[in-house]
Design a protein around this ligand. Sequence first.
Ligand code: IMP
Length: 211
Amino acid sequence: MARLFTEPKLIVASHNKGKLVEIADLLTRFEVETVGADALGLPEPEETGTTFIANAELKALAAAMTAGLPALSDDSGLAVDALDGAPGIYSARWAETANGRDFDFAMHKIEMALAQKAQTQGGDVARSARFVCALSLAWPDGHVESFEGTVEGHLVWPMRGKNGFGYDPIFLPEGGDLTFGEMNPEAKHAISHRADAFAQLVAACFADRVA
Ligand code: IMP
């Protein structure tokens, strides 16, 4: 049985404004007040974990224990089967260039790695992939509840669509005709890895507040 969240206030342990707004929006129906890690001047811990959940937990625990308030954190990325799960927890790092993050560059890197793999194997290579999102809710006493959401799909090439962010233009969700880059945001958010993880979190920790 997961621990229920009964407090009125929650830190969103992210320094990313977009995520902060998205999570605050998702929590408004539970009448939870959210505050960003930046607003509290909390440092951003190094993501030294080897799994999505390990990274989400270390960020949530660091914030909760430093600030003395419960904290929610996430870690996400794209896992490509033929690349043994890469870029995975390094999804943001694959986009690093001398001039900042460039996801066109990161998507080309994935396509090149798949082509290289096909060449060494002497044939076609599987293009199955999934987006993964880990969500961790931590309390100041060190207790933590974690959930992992996924959305399965295939990689397309060339890139398609200008919506979304990151790797969205090459990700075709299972059973769909449009990439995440072509879908409207509401349609993506209804089936995304973040929505899946959030639904699990709500069912487990906000069960008493569900209308
Ligand atoms: P994080 O901020 O450390 O969780 O990094 C996640 C990275 O994974 C992002 O920078 C994106 O590149 C990628 N990613 C995670 N979720 C999505 C998504 O919904 N669409 C596209 N890319 C995503």
